[in-house]
Design a protein. Structure first.
Length: 385
């Protein structure tokens, strides 16, 4: 059997059923559509005498609509423990790491690379390029002789934590936190294999961090905010543990600001799917995140950017790498349907970003130098009251 053709059919089917997305609004209408197509196909085959192969194709198209109905029902809705559980599973089956490498985040593609064709770029290298660009945005210098303490909030299997530890030098101390025990175990294993002793990992809730105030010179958060059920607490905790004068840089998927142009019913349906398929409680806008940072009163001017153009290629590129190299999952038949679900969601993500429903939020700021005094004053005032 030609494995590439099999995989193209597997993932291509997910893209095919995604192409029906704009036509189906409710389950009842979906059922009517399927019945109507089935009836039309059967009558056409009988009356015109279409060859069997054509009839099979017609049946496959009808089947695709049926599969779409299944795929449109999110399977991983956010709930207590769901984020740790899903990332434990992704880490254990190894498929995500096989294709995405050590970095479970989108890649960076410059204008020239997009014009030349994103598939010509190495998918894994795009992720390293993203980290480099994020470092530039955050003003993080590769000073190997400097003693700095770095916190990586939502570290995954530690790819970025180890990369920062290597680039910042042996005097740097990088701590990665995640909710997934399996990710911590894998991150520590890779740190030993790569001889990166200055990168440490621990299971910790980013909304209730154990670190004292003003602990880190750099707080780094890449694609972790999406899973946070309390965005305000998420921001406040990161600002709390950042030292005065310290650097904060964050990347996160955002939905567009709906205050001027409210979401349509289709927008709401699409967002609901994106929330519930990959265990996200909800997204907020770039503007809303900036407001939350400003409201802490701890930070200097916040720089915000939308890196949609630089990252959007990642969604479809991640599907194509599976088509070109099926070895990551081909011998794991129990994971086939999960792979189809993920490919379908990747395509839905691409379309949401492509039409502006979603944005890729980037944030950078430094903590005000006078925050220690203000914090102590506020604490004393609360104690008196």
């Amino acid at each position: 059997m030609n494995h590439r053709l099999f995989v193209l059919g597997l993932f291509g089917g997910a893209s095919l059923v995604a192409s029906f997305a704009p036509t189906v609004k409710k389950a009842s209408k979906s059922s009517q559509l399927q019945m109507g197509l089935a009836s039309t196909a059967v009558k056409t085959v009988k009356n015109i005498g279409i060859p069997a192969t054509t009839a099979v194709v017609a049946g496959a198209a009808i089947g695709a609509i049926g599969v779409k109905t299944i795929l449109d029902r999110p399977s991983r809705k956010y709930q207590d423990g769901s984020v740790a559980r899903e990332y434990d599973a992704w880490t254990q089956d190894g498929i995500l790491e096989y294709y995405w490498g050590e970095h479970i985040h989108l890649g960076y593609y410059n204008k020239e690379e997009m014009e030349a064709g994103y598939k010509k770029k190495n998918f894994i290298q795009a992720k390293y390029d993203f980290v480099d660009e994020m470092m530039k945005l955050g003003g993080i210098d590769q000073d190997v002789g400097k003693q700095v303490k770095v916190l990586d909030v939502g570290c995954g299997v530690g790819g970025t934590s180890r990369y920062l530890a290597k680039n910042l030098g042996p005097k740097a101390e990088v701590t990665g936190i995640t909710l997934s025990p399996n990710q911590v175990a894998r991150a520590q294993e890779l740190a030993v294999e790569q001889d990166v002793p200055n990168a440490k990992f621990t299971v910790m809730n980013a909304l209730e961090m154990d670190f004292p105030d003003n602990s880190f010179d750099i707080v780094w958060a890449c694609e972790s905010g999406e899973h946070m059920p309390d965005k305000k607490k998420y921001i406040e905790e990161m600002m709390r543990v950042l030292k005065p004068g310290g650097k904060f840089v964050m990347a996160t998927w955002c939905q567009r600001d709906d205050r001027t142009v409210p979401f349509t019913e289709k927008d709401k349906r699409d967002l609901k799917f994106l929330y519930e398929e990959w265990t996200h409680p909800y997204f907020i806008s770039i503007e809303a995140y900036k407001d939350l940072i400003d409201e802490t009163g701890l930070m200097n001017e916040v720089t915000t950017e939308d890196w949609n153009e630089q990252t959007i290629a990642s969604w479809r590129h991640s599907i194509w790498v599976g088509v070109y190299d099926p070895r990551g999952f081909i011998f794991k038949p129990t994971k086939y349907f999960k792979c189809v679900r993920d490919a379908y969601c990747l395509e839905r993500m691409h379309r949401a970003f492509d039409r502006g429903l979603m944005q890729y939020g980037m944030f950078a700021a430094t903590k005000r130098a006078d925050t220690s005094t203000k914090t102590e004053t506020a604490t004393s005032s609360e104690a008196i009251n």
